[in-house]
Every structure is written in structure tokens, then in C-alpha cells.
Design a protein around this ligand. Structure first.
Ligand code: NAG
Ligand code: NAG
Ligand code: NAG
Ligand code: NAG
Ligand code: NAG
Ligand code: NAG
Ligand code: NAG
Ligand code: NAG
Ligand code: NAG
Ligand code: NAG
Ligand code: NAG
Length: 529
């Protein structure tokens, strides 16, 4: 263990009244032997619900410059623009109609879902959206669920349009099917019989990827050998087992580039879900990641998928598109930082945060609708902080620094083998709406952390960036490093806020101790180099 606690709890008073637990942690110069493999560059990536891609990206006549700006900001921070996966439930509803004049013809069936249409046709102009974002690599999700011979033909008819649009050095991988492990018991209606097995799935995988390849060989042979992310399961041990799928030879054709799995912390309508207990909770984060950590171990001990990076192809806070008041709050941004960095520390090498128009957990709303106004949402600031923590190329390793409480976490980032950054997240709920109504206590408590740095940092002046808002319940007024990315200010371009501290520095003492205060419900990133 390279990072360990050297002092136990000290109690003291800070300038702002509150009792503070101060603990101290040693941060070594180089990563521990058992550190996870480095993250992939880019780490921060997005998954966009298939049917909402035209809203997010726009088309040739009306490109969505706001979305483009928000992605560009993250590209500036991270060094590489986020990768984009186009997929989700609606990928398996969508059928191609070559004579459709619009990008989408979606029909809502309220008994199935009010969050997205259930009957979906896409036209040739759908694929224009792949040309709207420069320097961006995409994955396009093909339909696996609708497999009658008629629907299979429609899929094959879409291939020339898809591969043409993705012939501009903008294809990362393909994808086939979204959460096929849920096909038998999908809440919107079963897509396969109860006796459908992993072997049946693998058989269909071979059959359909072979048919797609044949079609690409005709229309865009340079993409025919492009690989896939797979199996895009909703869970590891659902009604199809991920391990069995790999044992049954999912990658026997050698066409899988990423082992992509999905994750949510819980359900939007699940009883007992709260911000503090479900999201702003490092223990809950560890418990949610455990299925992936265990699964990676089983793959390894079974000698399966050994050279295939493990990623989350789709994840966010609460499934069923999130819960208003939780998933769209600053608390969800703090959760997002903890979730992404913890996953990175456990060998999950890239994370695609799922998005959709009107989704409660979205990082931004790309257009105005009668439910939601266009704008940058609180979770986006978490993406910015994760980008700042994981930037740096092909050798960035994230290490979890185990703290005492459920409500706090810390990480070290090693770039090219040297400690470079430390992130500290306070997840103690500070609900400013309820504090403001309680006049007896109106100051914001903070926690204090001490890190013993390598000798080379003794007496150094070190810069600190913060992710800040008035409280965990804030849905506006969020900043990263003093910047607002609000739509209303400059269409999503970074704007320095005058009412927020920036260019903050801290002094490492002569013994190499770094002491930093972190207000409850906020996060800090210390830049050592
Ligand atoms: C395909 O689009 C054309 C043109 O809009 C329309 O007439 C036709 O009904 C559509 N087909 C289906 C199956 O929706
Ligand atoms: C392009 O986008 C605009 C704005 O959303 C829309 O009105 C138009 O129908 C789209 N064009 C096509 C061909 O889908
Ligand atoms: C859109 O889809 C609906 C439902 O399938 C269909 O009734 C309608 O004709 C379609 N419209 C077009 C323009 O294709
Ligand atoms: C389509 O799915 C059914 C189960 O719903 C399966 O029996 C059949 O083999 C699949 N067809 C192909 C071509 O994979
Ligand atoms: C699976 O169930 C279907 C009926 O839903 C039946 O036709 C088929 O034979 C069953 N397949 C197997 C392998 O038992
Ligand atoms: C996939 O299965 C269908 C139905 O069994 C068959 O007609 C087709 O030839 C198969 N395709 C490939 C590429 O194996
Ligand atoms: C955090 O989650 C764990 C596991 O679900 C739970 O036992 C604990 O009470 C939670 N902590 C808080 C502060 O809600
Ligand atoms: C909101 O917009 C949707 C999609 O454009 C439309 O179907 C719906 O009728 C609108 N609802 C209201 C209350 O205006
Ligand atoms: C914050 O406090 C207010 C006022 O007590 C309450 O209505 C709201 O639900 C709280 N928010 C969260 C996310 O707990
Ligand atoms: C945050 O607090 C400041 C100072 O009390 C206040 O001026 C501002 O309006 C608050 N912002 C929000 C979004 O509530
Ligand atoms: C700074 O100003 C913005 C815009 O007026 C507001 O939303 C935000 O809450 C303010 N922040 C603080 C810390 O007062």
C-alpha cells in the first residue's frame, strides 16, 4: 500500500466555525505496483441516445453550435475531444426508411415510455449528424433486436449511409445491439423468447456482424474490418451472463475492440433513493463498481478478453433518465467526479456518460423543448473536472486514496509515472435551500485534508482549481475553475465569473505537507506539476 494514513483524526476549528476532521495521507512519487492500467485517452466520453442524436448534433442546415462548443471545451481541457457513442434503447427500435425526408420519424407510445418514441424510422439525413462535430470519433449503434428478414434488409440498406458518413476518419468502432441481456425481459416488451440463451446471442452476433461486413465490403471496404464495442450488457449477471457470453466465443471472429458494459447507481423511481445515500456516497460508488471489478477478475482468471480494454459504454446516475432534483443537481456532478475517478482507479478505462433530450441526468440540454430549456446543466461541470484530472496522454493512472467516510474521497493522478494531481471531493450534503431557511446556521462547513507529498514538492507554491456551487441542491450557478459554461453567457464558451475565487494557490510547507480546505459539497483539484 503506497498511500496510507499517517495520523488519525485531529479535531480543530476553522475560521468558518465548523468542527473539522483533519487526517493526513502520504502520496508517493510513483504509482503503486497494484495500480490499475492507465486510462484511455480520451477518458471523458459521451453516449447519446440514438433518437436524440440529431437534437444534439444538428444537421447541415442547422448545426448545433452550442453542443459543439461544450465538446470543444472538454477537448481543450482533456487534450482530445470526447468520443461519442450513438446508441441506447432507441438504437434497437430504429428502422431505416430510405425515402423519409426528415432525420427521424418518431411516434410515442406512452404505455412504453414518455421519455422517447417507441416507433422510430430514420432517414438518410439522420447520418448528416455524424459530420457536425470536428475531430470527433464516433460509434454507430446498429439494431440487433429487430431481426425479421424484412427488418434485417432495412438495416443492411442503412449501411452505405452509415459508412459513408463515418468515412472521414471519424469512426472509432461499430456497435450491434443495446443491452441484449435485457431483451427477454425488457420493460417495454420482450424482444426475444424466454429460452433465448448466451449461445443464441453469440450465434446472432456472428450472423449479423458477418452480414454487415459483407455489405461494408461492397460500399466502404476500408471500414469492413472496423471492430465493435460489445456486448453492451445492462448488467454483468442479468438474464444473460456476460462471462458465459465470452466463454461461448463472442470474440471468436476477433471483431471486438472494447468490452463495453453499462451501469447505473439505481433507478429514478426506486424507493429510498436520495442524493446523499445513493449518489454522494463513496461506499455506494465502490459497491456499484464491484460487479465490474469482480467481472474483470473472472475474465482474467478465465483467460478471456485479455487484450480488450474494459469500458463503460453507457452510464449515468439513475436509470430511467434520472430524477429531477437529484440527477440534475450539483450533487450529481460531485457523484460524477467520484464515479468516474473511482472507476478509472479500478481499471475501467473510458467512460461514456449517457445523454438524451429532456433527460434529467443530462450534462446539457441541446435544444429547447416544452419540458426543458436549452442549457448547460450541473453534471457538465463534473465532466470538466474529470477531464482535468485524466488529461495527459497514454500514461495516466488514477489511484484511489482511501479516506475515512462515505461522504468524502480523494484520488492521485500519475502522468508518465509521476504524481501530477490530487483530487479531493467532499460529498457531505450541503443543501443551501434548507440552510437559508434556517437562520441559526448560515455558514458552510469545510473539511481539511493534509497530504504528505514527495520531497521534491517541499515549499512549492501549488495551484488549486475548484468545482463549486452554492450547495449540493444547486442546479445553476455552478463553476469549474471559476468558469461558467452557461448557454446564456456565451453559447457555452468558458466565461470567468467575477464572484468566484480563481487562480488560487497553496503553499506546501518545508516538510512537504500540503493542507487544503474543501467546503462541504464541493471538490478541489491540486496541480502539483
Ligand atoms: C417512409 O417514408 C415515406 C416518405 O415519408 C413514407 O411515405 C412511408 O410511409 C414511410 N414508411 C414507413 C414504413 O414509415
Ligand atoms: C435539420 O434540422 C432542422 C432543425 O432541427 C430541422 O428543422 C430540419 O428538418 C432538419 N433537416 C433534415 C433534413 O432533417
Ligand atoms: C411516421 O411513422 C408513423 C408510425 O409508423 C406513420 O404512421 C407515419 O406515416 C410516418 N410518417 C412518415 C412521414 O413517414
Ligand atoms: C431472430 O430472433 C429469433 C428469436 O426472436 C431467433 O430465433 C432467430 O434465430 C433470429 N434470427 C436471426 C437471423 O438471427
Ligand atoms: C423456445 O421457445 C419457443 C417458443 O417461445 C419454441 O418455439 C422453441 O422451440 C424454444 N426453443 C428451445 C431451444 O427450446
Ligand atoms: C444469417 O442467418 C440468415 C437466416 O438464417 C441466413 O439467411 C444468412 O445467410 C445468415 N448470414 C450470414 C452472413 O451468415
Ligand atoms: C452510503 O451507502 C452505504 C451502502 O449503501 C450505506 O450503508 C451508508 O449508510 C450510506 N451513507 C450515507 C451517508 O448515506
Ligand atoms: C411537447 O412537445 C412534444 C414534441 O414536440 C409534443 O408531442 C407535445 O404535444 C408537446 N406537449 C405540450 C403540452 O405542448
Ligand atoms: C434541499 O432542501 C429543500 C428545503 O428543505 C428541500 O425541499 C429539497 O428537497 C432538498 N434537496 C435535496 C436534493 O435534498
Ligand atoms: C448563490 O449565493 C449567492 C450569495 O448568497 C447569491 O447571490 C446567488 O444568487 C446564489 N445563486 C443561486 C443560483 O442561488
Ligand atoms: C455568481 O453569479 C452567478 C450569476 O449571477 C450566480 O448564478 C452564482 O450563484 C454566483 N455565485 C456565487 C458563489 O455567488
Amino acid at each position: 500500500m503506497i498511500l496510507f494514513k499517517i495520523l488519525s483524526l485531529l479535531c480543530g476549528l476553522t475560521a468558518s466555525v465548523s468542527l473539522v476532521d483533519a487526517a493526513s495521507y502520504v502520496v508517493e512519487e510513483t504509482p503503486p505496483q497494484d495500480a490499475a492500467p492507465p486510462v484511455l485517452s480520451p477518458f471523458v466520453s459521451f453516449s447519446i441516445e440514438f433518437v436524440y442524436f440529431p437534437d444534439y448534433a444538428g444537421n447541415k442546415t442547422e448545426p448545433n453550435s452550442f453542443s459543439n462548443q461544450l465538446l470543444e471545451n472538454l477537448g481543450e481541457i482533456q487534450g482530445v475531444r470526447p468520443h461519442i457513442r450513438i446508441g441506447g434503447n432507441t438504437q434497437d427500435y430504429a428502422l431505416f426508411n430510405s425515402s423519409l425526408k426528415t432525420s427521424i420519424n418518431g411516434t410515442y407510445i406512452p404505455s412504453k415510455s414518455t421519455d422517447y418514441p417507441y416507433i422510430i424510422y430514420i432517414g438518410p439525413s439522420y447520418f448528416e449528424s455524424y459530420l457536425m462535430w470536428p475531430n470527433t470519433k464516433f460509434s454507430h449503434g446498429f439494431n440487433l433486436a429487430k431481426n425479421s428478414s424484412h427488418n434485417t434488409q432495412l438495416l443492411l440498406d442503412s449501411v452505405p449511409f452509415a459508412c459513408q458518413a463515418l468515412s472521414h476518419d471519424n469512426l472509432l468502432v461499430w456497435e450491434l445491439g443495446n443491452e441484449p441481456d435485457d431483451y427477454k425481459n425488457a420493460i417495454q416488451g420482450a424482444l426475444r423468447p424466454f429460452n433465448w440463451t448466451e449461445k443464441d446471442y453469440v450465434h446472432e452476433w456472428f450472423n449479423r456482424t458477418a452480414a454487415l461486413k459483407k455489405q461494408m465490403n461492397i460500399h466502404c471496404p476500408h471500414l469492413a474490418d472496423a471492430k465493435y464495442m460489445a456486448p453492451s450488457f445492462g448488467g454483468i449477471d442479468g438474464s444473460l451472463k456476460a462471462l458465459t457470453t465470452w466463454q461461448d466465443g463472442l470474440n471468436d471472429a476477433g471483431n471486438i475492440a472494447f468490452d463495453a458494459e453499462h451501469n447505473y447507481m439505481g433507478g429514478a423511481d426506486e424507493p429510498g433513493v436520495t442524493l446523499q445515500k445513493t449518489l454522494m456516497n463513496h461506499t455506494a460508488v465502490i459497491q456499484n463498481a464491484a460487479q465490474h471489478v469482480d467481472f474483470m477478475k473472472s475474465l482474467k482468471s478465465n483467460n478471456l478478453a485479455s487484450d480488450i480494454p474494459y469500458i463503460l459504454g453507457e452510464t449515468n446516475s439513475l436509470y430511467s433518465e434520472g430524477r429531477a432534483g437529484l440527477s440534475n443537481s450539483f450533487g450529481a456532478a460531485l457523484w460524477g467526479v467520484d464515479w468516474n475517478l473511482y472507476c478509472a482507479s479500478q481499471g475501467i478505462r473510458r467512460i461514456y456518460m449517457h445523454q438524451g433530450t429532456d433527460y434529467r441526468y443530462a450534462a446539457w440540454q441541446p435544444i429547447s423543448t416544452n419540458k426543458t430549456t436549452i442549457g448547460t446543466k450541473a453534471p457538465y461541470y463534473g465532466n470538466a473536472m474529470v477531464a482535468a484530472m485524466t488529461k495527459g496522454g497514454d500514461d495516466v493512472t488514477i489511484v484511489n486514496i482511501p479516506l475515512e467516510q462515505d461522504t468524502e474521497s480523494a484520488y492521485a493522478a500519475y502522468v508518465d509515472g509521476k504524481v501530477t494531481r490530487i483530487a479531493v471531493i467532499s460529498m457531505v450534503e450541503f443543501n443551501y435551500t434548507s440552510i437559508e431557511s434556517d437562520t441559526s446556521s448560515n455558514s458552510r462547513p469545510k473539511a481539511q485534508y493534509s497530504f504528505k507529498l514527495p520531497d521534491s514538492f517541499k515549499s512549492h507554491q501549488i495551484s488549486v482549481q475548484r468545482m463549486m456551487a452554492n450547495g449540493s441542491d444547486a442546479v445553476t450557478g455552478v463553476t469549474w475553475d471559476g468558469f461558467s459554461y452557461n448557454y446564456e453567457l456565451e453559447n457555452g464558451s468558458p466565461v470567468r465569473m467575477k464572484n468566484v475565487t480563481n487562480h488560487e494557490t497553496v503553499q506546501v510547507d518545508r516538510d512537504g505537507m500540503l493542507v487544503i480546505d474543501v467546503p462541504y459539497s464541493s471538490a478541489a483539484l491540486v496541480n502539483l506539476q
